[in-house]
Design a binder for this molecule. Structure first.
Ligand code: S3P
Length: 431
């Protein structure tokens, strides 16, 4: 069994932590490093399960990828030398691997099949299949091409003009990556900005990518050249500790070298709006990505409303923000976050059920939730639904509960933050 019983801690969080590398950037670094000609060296790579699935996919194409701790070295002669994978590609729990790889597979002139775990098999792929078919790719999967397992016969793509119907960086990235193989220009318009790591990294590898009149444009004019990538700490992992320090009295914690890309840093804006004390120092930009140190000092929080364009900037942080809201004065409303329904699990259901089991007053809404603050959390038996971010949110809750928090299964935490419990011990002085 992978269940855990967490004793209420109440210990303030002190000192500093280096959280693991950013998941989104780690995936993209491997993908572009494998597609590029020459050598790519990635440091502070996230060695969580999702990113390992991405490495394995390219190994099946015959690319040489060497892992030494969190340093990855890729030597590639470019995608023209990839070979048809002998076996189906297994993408585990990773939606990012699947959706971005579909964009690449659509461009490769051979046949691939792919599948994942039971969570991935329930996640919609039609959002990616639709634009890729418009570009000329041939894809099929369960339910008329909506779900894995899928087969892709790639090649022969043409550029398209595409307005994103969903607020999804994965869809944008899949189309951009397919654009690397397409004849002509691929143009993407997004009505709401989503994370732009693909754009930053494509530029760093020398792609012909421009932004004009609100559209992102890519051609296959330039071939990619291997480069060095330093992956910043993952703000989505730091979020658990930022929030912990914001809700456990007497805390003062610094998270070092964390990615501060504007398209990802919505949690900082929201917590500051809620009255949190957050200082950002040592800011620098590497490979188009901003990073710096985040220091959080405990201070009482007040409720807020989270809606509109900020949602994609904090979509993965909403479960932990909901926990913060249980401790704020007043009622917090989260709306326009219907995308939470199609993450690793239905995160609106999982977050509201989990917090309610711990004694919080929280109501699900179709596109978000309403959280009444000022709750004393009791503790109780909870379910993580095999979702890493739900499991970590419940574990952080145990820092402020009166009684034990039991989580049914914490193994999913290895997806994005294998060192989570070690870091929790270090920050609470129990390491
Ligand atoms: C990701 C984009 C987001 C996010 C996911 C990672 C990415 O998904 O939730 O964890 O790396 O592009 P959507 O594109 O579906 O919003």
């Amino acid at each position: 069994m992978n269940d855990v019983t967490l004793k209420p801690s109440q210990s303030p969080l002190k000192g500093s932590l280096n959280v693991p590398g950013d998941k989104s950037i780690s995936h993209r670094a491997v993908m572009l490093g494998a597609l590029a000609n020459g050598k790519t060296r990635i440091t502070n790579f996230l060695t969580g399960e999702d990113c390992i699935r991405t490495i394995e996919a390219f190994e099946q194409f015959g690319v040489s990828i060497i892992q030494d701790g969190s340093t990855i070295t890729i030597e590639s002669n470019g995608s023209e030398h990839f070979k048809e994978p002998p076996e189906p590609l297994y993408f585990g729990n990773s939606g990012t691997t699947t959706r971005l790889m579909l964009g690449i597979l659509a461009g490769l002139p051979f046949f691939t099949t792919l599948y994942g775990d039971s969570s991935l098999a329930r996640r919609p792929m039609d959002r990616v299949v639709e634009p890729l078919e418009k570009m000329g790719a041939r894809l099929d999967g369960r339910s008329g091409g909506t779900y894995l397992p899928m087969g892709v016969r790639g090649g022969g793509l043409k550029g398209i003009d595409y307005t994103l119907p969903v607020k999804s960086a994965q869809v944008k990235s899949a189309v951009l990556l397919a654009g690397l193989f397409a004849e002509g220009t691929t143009r993407i318009i997004e009505r709401t900005a989503t994370r732009d790591h693909s754009e930053n990294m494509l530029r760093a590898f020398g792609a012909d990518l421009t932004e004009a009149n609100g559209a992102i444009q890519i051609t296959n004019k330039n071939s990619l050249t291997g480069t060095n990538v330093q992956v910043p700490g993952d703000i989505s992992s730091a979020a658990f500790f930022i929030t912990a320090a914001a809700i456990v009295p007497d805390s003062r914690l610094t998270l070092k070298n964390v990615g501060l890309n504007h398209s990802r840093s919505g949690i900082i804006d929201v917590l500051v709006q809620m009255g949190a004390s957050i200082d950002i120092t040592n800011v620098q930009t590497i490979g188009g990505e901003k990073l710096g140190d985040i220091t959080v000092t405990y201070q009482k929080l007040k409720a807020t409303t989270i809606e509109g364009d900020i949602i994609p900037r904090l979509i993965d942080e909403l479960p932990i923000i909901a926990l913060a809201a249980t401790q704020a004065e007043g009622t917090t409303i989260i709306r326009d976050a219907e995308e939470l329904r199609v993450k690793e699990t239905d995160r609106i259901k999982a977050t509201t059920e989990g917090l309610a089991k711990l004694g919080a007053k929280v109501q699900p809404r179709e596109d978000g939730m309403v959280i009444t603050g000022g709750a004393t959390l009791t503790g109780g038996m909870t379910e993580a639904y095999n979702d890493h971010r739900i499991a970590m949110m419940l574990a952080i809750a145990s820092l402020i509960t009166k009684d034990d928090v039991v989580i049914d299964d914490i193994s999913s935490i290895n997806i994005s933050y294998p060192e989570f419990f070690q870091d929790l011990k270090t920050a609470t002085g129990n390491g």
